[in-house]
Design a protein around this ligand. Structure first.
Ligand code: NAP
Length: 245
């Protein structure tokens, strides 16, 4: 059966790789971008070559009304909605004492509240379809903490609580809710860290390298699949062995 998905932050990195992976598996995909229109168009073009219908939606997810509208625009354009990947996010590397309240609130809004808002808007479509998958892209930092990104780690840890709570609430409707906690991934978000501390970071990772975005996308796509229907409220952590629970 043709499935329809929304991927937030689909213009680059993990989100872009997820759009392409889902398209390769037969999904139609709506992808959001904030600033990178051209990159988002290229991702959409790749997905179309794989046979997907695509919808491009511009949104700054710090605007929660816009976050809600994204879901309705996607569902209107695609006709149905089965899958939501809450992926959009950013980091801000700053000592914890220097995180302003404004920094804190924006990070929590983009990284946590927008995921809640998108899920709440998406669930009625999933209930109508009798099938749903929500995947929240958290981070290894949710589990380890981050002294130079306390607001990032707090938002990502909050996503895990949201994941488990929604998993319980939505299980009666055949809607699963899971999280992924990637370790280091070779994307723009940590390009600077990998450029300045690359050898040190690689030395910490048992597999000796950061993940490719496609490797995280494969984990996300698995959680979206029909086959993953008995997995809910779980966290998968593609982290190269950095942490084993
Ligand atoms: P990326 O390459 O920087 O891409 C970030 C994406 O999020 C882009 O599509 C960007 O849109 C979008 N975005 C950023 N801020 C936004 C906002 N305020 N509103 C709407 N969209 C916004 O990052 P990535 O590495 O793929 O990260 C994707 C997710 O994985 C994030 O949630 C991140 O925290 C998580 N993660 C990444 C790593 C890693 O090592 N890379 C590790 C753990 C978790 P534009 O490009 O259009 O501006």
């Amino acid at each position: 059966m043709k499935r329809c998905a929304v991927v937030t932050g689909g213009s680059r990195g993990i989100g872009a790789a997820t759009v392409v992976k889902l398209a390769s598996q037969g999904y139609d995909v709506a992808l959001t971008y904030r600033t990178q229109r051209t990159a988002a168009e290229e991702v959409a073009a790749t997905a179309q070559r794989l046979g997907a219908r695509t919808v491009l939606i511009q949104a700054d997810l710090a605007d929660l009304e816009r976050a809600r509208a994204v879901i309705h625009e996607a569902a209107d354009a695609l006709g149905e909605l089965h899958v939501l990947v809450n992926n959009a996010g950013y980091v801000q590397r700053v000592p914890w004492e220097d995180v302003s309240l404004e920094d804190w609130e924006r990070m929590i809004r983009v990284g946590l509240t927008a995921a809640f808002v998108c899920a709440r808007a998406a669930v009625p479509y999933m209930k109508e379809a009798g099938f749903g998958r929500i995947v929240n892209v958290s981070s290894l930092r949710a589990l380890t903490g981050a002294p130079h990104g306390v607001h990032y780690a707090a938002a990502k840890a909050g996503l895990l609580g949201l994941t488990r709570s929604l998993a319980l609430a939505l299980a009666p409707f055949r809607i699963t809710v899971n999280a992924v906690c990637p370790g280091y991934v070779a994307t723009d978000i940590n390009r600077e860290a990998l450029a300045t501390r690359g050898p040190e970071i690689r030395a910490q990772i048992p597999l000796g390298r950061p993940a490719e975005p496609e490797e995280v996308a494969a984990t996300i796509a698995f959680l979206c699949s029909e086959e993953a229907g008995y997995i809910t409220g779980q966290t998968l952590s593609p982290n190269g062995g950095l942490r084993m629970d």
